[in-house]
Design a protein around this ligand. Structure first.
Ligand SMILES: *Cc1c(COP(=O)(O)O)cnc(C)c1O
Length: 226
């Protein structure tokens, strides 16, 4: 299949899942996860109308974005981030989806004023409680969010999660529902608006859409196997 065919199929499935859930397809943003794929494929995706891109390693972002993306693109950092990479990450990313510990918040509060820029962030939550996975516990999300409230130039927009790899559909749905319910609770608790739910990848985005995903992160289905 060509990229155009894969993109058309993806968009059709997103639309169907949205309609089935009684949602407006336009309320769902597809993030084209271009990690491990060359810059040419980002440009091809851009030419086919994609404007949101996901990358997970700072070094790779630096290499691939030596020539900046067109100004109407949005780069989402979706990988685990070491605090010593925050400064470089800020040169490229528009959204950081993986805030999961106080150290990272501290580092952002130091670097953002230096670079005189704002950053949209999501809190990554490990809903399934898997070991060796990024993301804070649902209990810690509330504390993290409260600490973000005090950081100038940071805009907390919502939550992000990953379903366990190879999880059966029902288990994935359970995780996605858990993220949505946590978001609802945090909104009430903090009074913050948290409209973004980033959840769902190539194998499970339809379930994520039916549970309320506003952003799905799709790599393999668009670009091929890694
Ligand atoms: C790689 C990755 C994706 C995309 O996964 P695919 O299976 O290629 O669709 C989504 N989210 C995160 C955090 C990733 O690391």
């Amino acid at each position: 299949m060509t990229f155009a065919e894969r993109a058309a199929e993806l968009r059709e499935r997103v639309e169907q899942a949205a309609v089935l859930a009684g949602r407006d397809p336009a309320s769902i943003t597809i993030i084209a996860v271009s990690k491990t794929f060359p810059r040419e494929l980002i440009d091809e995706a851009y030419d086919h109308g994609f404007r949101d891109f996901g990358e997970s390693r700072v070094q790779e972002i630096r290499d691939k974005l030596a020539t900046p993306l067109p100004v109407d693109s949005t780069l989402h950092m979706i990988g685990q981030l070491q605090t010593n990479k925050v400064r470089q990450m800020l040169r490229y990313a528009d959204v950081l989806q993986t805030v999961d510990r106080p150290n990272l918040v501290k580092s952002l509060s130091r670097e953002l004023p230096k670079q005189e820029r704002e950053l949209e962030v999501l809190i990554e939550v490990n809903i399934a409680g898997e070991e060796q996975k990024g993301g804070c516990s649902p209990e810690d999300a509330s504390t993290l969010l409260a600490s973000l409230k005090d950081v100038p130039l940071v805009q907390p927009c919502g939550l992000m999660t990953m379903a366990p790899y190879d999880a059966p559909a029902e288990a994935a749905r359970h995780v996605f529902r858990g993220l949505r319910e946590l978001r609802d609770r945090l909104q009430q608790e903090t009074g913050l608006e948290l409209p973004v739910l980033s959840m769902g990848m190539s194998d499970d985005f339809e379930h994520a859409i039916s549970e309320g995903a506003t952003h799905i992160r799709v790599g393999r289905m668009l670009f091929g196997e890694r």
